[in-house]
Design a protein around this ligand. Structure first.
Ligand code: S3P
Length: 416
């Protein structure tokens, strides 16, 4: 069994969420071409509709007519942390009362990291875990240094800053994904980014947004599963096309290169505010590596997958400084260690990461714990051994990649 062929994985989750939210705030029409319509982005789409945006779904395109003042509403963010955190920042400065709820996993995730800076701006948010109630208030600007490298926190403060009474400043000592800063100016926001020795400084002025057209590239966090599979499953070579190559997103690809993977990037071009291209990964011998410090944010969502890849390398690997993994859809340190151990991987949890040694994978019964990234990582694991791996909760992958199983089967068929 090997993976061979070319695939355009579904579009980027982070970019689709942002285009939806900005489109809701904007006057006029926003077009989102090739949006991702997985469960997480559906949560954002349903929320902006309830708030009063008019959204038409065409094949491969969403057309949004924004709303001047969102309607008070109860919004179900489902499993999506990005939906909830962006909406808190968005709604904090509008008149009205908004209730935000989420599923079991989201209701355990920390919202104080967003609420704390927003409260400094004068926002009225009740609850630091879902359900939350936001009573819109007038906001004052702040000068805020991000204590955690979180694009969701950064984006929430910038969204609130659009409606504050002066210049809001966000200082970012460790760079994390920057789609918000790239995309907001396309909607007419007055925003600037300055690079300094202490990291980046983002300034946003109160701005009224106007509609824009956004082309959404393929999601590198989804392509990563095929890159990993191609790297570790013998005789494989997979090309993923139109992938977002934003450096704040492709840390995992850089890690694979450092491990000795055979990676080729071609057809590089700029679309809208993002660099995109085609990425080919071909099987090769990998060595272990360490992923730490400021390397973490650019591959935070791929670290469960890294654990699997590292188990197939010829020397040990370490992940540290990644305690954020514990507050994702699941505690991704505990869950990755428990499930991969069941398959024979020599992996040990630490407080802020894990240590993986070269291992021979065998069959077993594992669970996704409802976590989409776990589901897809375990499906790739099942191709590494001839023995059977039973995965409970496969459908979790619908959150970011509804047709993952079919696409994976397709690329296996390509070799016959
Ligand atoms: C995201 C930011 C990251 C990432 C998540 C999507 C975003 O979370 O893990 O999948 O779209 O802003 P944090 O902001 O919590 O690091």
């Amino acid at each position: 069994m090997s993976l061979n062929g070319s695939i355009r994985v579904p579009s980027d989750k982070s970019i689709t969420h942002r285009a939806l939210v900005f489109g809701m705030m904007a006057s006029g029409t926003t077009r989102i071409r090739r949006p991702l319509l997985g469960a997480d982005c559906r949560s954002t789409l349903d929320a902006i509709r309830l708030l009063g945006a008019d959204v038409t779904e065409r094949e491969d395109e969403l057309i949004i007519k924004g709303v001047e003042s969102p309607r008070p509403a109860r919004l179900d963010c489902g499993n999506s942390g990005t939906t909830m955190r962006l909406l808190i920042g968005l709604l904090a400065g509008y008149d009205g009362t908004f209730e935000l709820v989420g599923d079991k996993s989201l209701s355990k995730r920390p919202m104080r990291r967003v609420n704390a800076p927003l409260r400094e701006m004068g926002a009225h948010v009740t609850g630091d875990m879902a359900p939350l109630v936001i009573d819109g208030a007038s906001l004052k600007p702040i000068d805020y240094t991000l204590p955690v490298a979180s694009a969701q926190v950064k984006s929430a403060v910038l969204l609130a800053g659009l409606r504050a009474e002066g210049t809001t400043i966000v200082r970012e000592p460790v760079l994390c994904r920057d789609h918000t800063e790239r995309m907001l100016p396309l909607f007419g926001a007055n925003l600037s980014v300055q690079k300094t020795e202490m990291g980046r400084v983002i300034r946003v002025e109160p701005s009224r947004l106007t509609g824009a057209t956004i082309d959404v590239p393929a999601d590198p966090s989804s392509a990563a599963f095929f890159w990993a599979g191609a790297a570790i499953i013998p005789n494989s070579s997979v090309t993923t096309t139109d992938v977002c190559l934003n450096e704040t997103r492709i840390g995992f690809l850089r890690t694979l290169e450092r491990m000795g993977a055979d990676v080729t990037i071609s057809n590089e071009r700029t679309v809208g505010e993002e660099m995109i291209g085609d990425v080919t990964v071909t099987t090769s011998t990998l060595v272990g590596t360490t992923v730490e410090k400021d390397m973490i944010p650019a591959q935070i969502d791929e670290l469960p997958l890294f654990a699997l890849v590292a188990s197939q390398a010829s020397s040990p690997s370490v992940v540290k400084d990644a305690a954020e993994l514990r507050v994702k859809e699941t505690d991704r340190i505990d869950v990755v260690v428990s499930e991969l151990s069941k398959l024979g991987v020599d992996i040990t949890a630490t407080e802020d990461g894990f240590i993986v040694k070269p291992s021979r994978l065998h069959g077993g019964s594992v669970s996704t714990y409802g976590d989409h990234r776990l589901s897809m990582m375990l499906q790739i694991a099942s191709l590494v051994t001839d023995e059977t791996i039973q995965i409970e909760g496969l459908e979790a992958s619908d959150v970011s990649y509804p047709r993952f199983r079919e696409d994976l089967q397709q690329i296996q068929r390509d070799i016959k």
